[in-house]
Write a protein that binds this ligand. Structure first.
Ligand code: HSE
Length: 424
């Protein structure tokens, strides 16, 4: 099998290195000889993490997708413009395509999959979600007897690294982000990591595979971690929680909800203990119950592991995103964001006056919101009280309405923080 690679950066270089390192093992499993014959790179003279011996390098990527000797194209350049054109041409030329490009699949996946189906080729993207963790294959193959009820994951390593360092070492946000970028975890545009866009891309793909729905990135409600402060982390710890950036997809009563947001998780939950750059995905199936998949969500050889597993699927002809009836795109209803029910954490800064707490709880009570836990710190030098509240399970619409009224009170000194709490 002849393979052409688009992009010999971190992931492309990792693919070359893993194929070299595990050549015999992969041949034993597949009975096939995998050969990278061509690679398109931005600059043929650049230093890279892999040897390019035996690979024809070109700076013209269309040469690779138009090359008749190539059976499989690995799209590892990222982005949604040139990458999309290249994938389309490769598919139209009858080549199988494997990509690690979550943005491309989340935003154009439905049309590209239809194109692949029309051309009788495979378009696979295990590496696009949670790096090396074989989560799509687990959903499609190992869990195929289940109706999936929920998928909840820590699916952005950079965000998880930042929150972990802030919690454990009291470091500030910016310095941790810089370190993550240096370690090669962050996207080229770090706002994709911090603001949850990268996680939303991955969640779109997870939901599509889990529920058999179309890829619908625009339906993900997305909040980043830039609003999480050290004070929130300290309050969460005191209340028995850890703050994680979660992507959650649920299907209840035929309605799908997809959301990415910082989340307080009980400290003892397995997901709360997934730290640093590691990723993990919790899946609830209606036969098996909960299962958890943990591993490296980024990095050269870890991501290459998922890319090469897709090549192996093609060789063994086990690749098919039809296992869960996905390509017959069930039309789905997405839950109105205001109707989503959750426990919430509120953090307030209020002047220290009699009846402030009573006023806050009365307003909450008017929306049928009950206080499950509350912590108030010693009043500070500015005579302000720092308060954290955990509510019961309520609708997003109600917490937003109650908070809007509380916010308008003159005793409130700064923007009230609202963060989801999930017991999972
Ligand atoms: N920027 C991503 C992360 C890389 O931090 O998880 C893998 O998709």
């Amino acid at each position: 099998m002849n393979i052409g690679i688009l992009g010999l950066g971190t992931v492309g270089g990792g693919v070359v290195n893993v194929l070299k390192k595990n050549r015999e093992e992969i041949a034993r499993r597949t009975g096939a000889k995998l050969q990278i014959t061509h690679a398109a790179v931005r600059n043929v003279n650049q230093r890279r993490i892999c040897s390019t011996e035996g690979i024809t390098l070109t700076q013209e990527p269309f040469e690779v997708v138009n090359n008749d000797t190539i059976d499989v194209v690995l799209e590892l350049i990222g982005g949604t413009t040139l990458a999309k054109d290249l994938v389309e041409v490769a598919i139209k030329n009858g080549k199988h395509v494997i990509t690690a490009n979550k943005a491309l699949i989340a935003t154009h996946g439905s049309e590209l999959l239809a194109l692949a189906k029309d051309n009788n080729t495979q378009l696979l993207f295990e590496a696009a979600v949670a790096g090396g963790i074989p989560i799509l294959k687990s959903l499609e193959q190992g869990l195929s007897a289940n109706r999936i009820e929920m998928v909840a994951g820590i699916i952005n390593g950079t965000g998880n690294f930042i929150l972990t360092e802030m919690r454990d070492k009291a470091r500030d946000f910016d310095s941790v982000l810089k370190e993550a970028q240096k370690l090669g975890y962050a996207e080229s545009d770090p706002t994709f990591d911090i603001e949850g866009i990268d996680a939303a891309h991955k969640l779109t793909i997870l939901a599509a595979i889990a529920f058999g729905c179309e890829l619908n990135f625009s339906q993900v409600s997305t909040q980043g971690i830039s609003q999480v402060s050290s004070e929130d982390i300290a309050f969460a710890t005191e209340l028995g929680y850890s703050i994680k950036h979660l992507g959650i997809a649920k299907k209840e009563d035929g309605e799908i909800q997809m959301r990415v947001h910082p989340t307080l998780i009980p400290k003892r939950h397995l997901l709360a203990n997934v730290d640093g750059v590691m990723n993990a995905v919790l899946v609830k199936g209606n036969a098996l119950g909960s299962t958890l998949y943990y591993g490296a969500g980024a990095g050269d050889e870890a991501t290459a592991s998922a890319v090469i597993a897709d090549v192996v699927d093609i060789i063994k002809d086990t690749a098919s995103h039809d296992v869960l009836g996905w390509q017959s795109f069930e039309s789905s209803t997405f839950k109105n964001q205001d109707d989503i029910e959750s426990i919430f954490y509120l953090r307030l800064l209020a002047s220290d006056k009699p009846s402030v707490l009573a006023d806050i709880t009365t307003i909450l009570a008017n929306y049928n919101i009950s206080v499950e836990a509350v912590v108030q710190k010693q009043v500070d030098e500015q005579n302000n009280a720092h308060i954290a509240i955990i509510t019961n399970v309520i609708k997003t619409r109600d917490i937003n309405a109650a908070v809007e009224i509380i916010q308008s009170k003159d005793f409130i000194q700064e923007q009230i923080k609202i963060i989801h709490v999930e017991t999972l």
